[in-house]
Design a protein around this ligand. Sequence first.
Ligand SMILES: [Fe+2]
Length: 167
Amino acid sequence: MGSGFTIGRVGHIGVQVTDMDRSLEFYTETLGLTLTGRWPMGEEGAMAFLRFTDMHHDIVLFTHPKHEEDTNRHIGYKGLQHIAMEVENRDEWLKALADLKRKGVEIVSGPLVHGPESQPWNIGGSGTRSFYFLDPDGNSLELYCDMMKVPDGEQFPRQEYQDVFKD
Ligand SMILES: [Fe+2]
């Protein structure tokens, strides 16, 4: 059974970490990535988006301080959080979503847009259309398109729309 859509590349990966400050220092100071933004996630968790050049993120760090109570079957407290694969555009993304559903693959999160247009709290989102599913071992996979770029030296989210979406 072939796939009814085309994946372009591995777009970014999510890494589960136990100490966000320590990991941020390592990924920025030691490896030289740029921090696009760091935002809270859930009750006490955090996520930080890091980039190599001008894509909103290439690596995402996540913490879940309450990991022992986390019953989410596909997210541990350290190690790989998810692998994200990029498709060319919305058309390809919808084809992928339809194709996987047709094949009986369970969509565990999404489809959604990472931004205030579908998540009012998420002004820092990258704008991707995304959905998540699992490989046979329970590893979390994401398929997405339409990631924003953050040109060198610019801040994200941009001031022009940051004010409008404030609570
Ligand atoms: Fe992702």
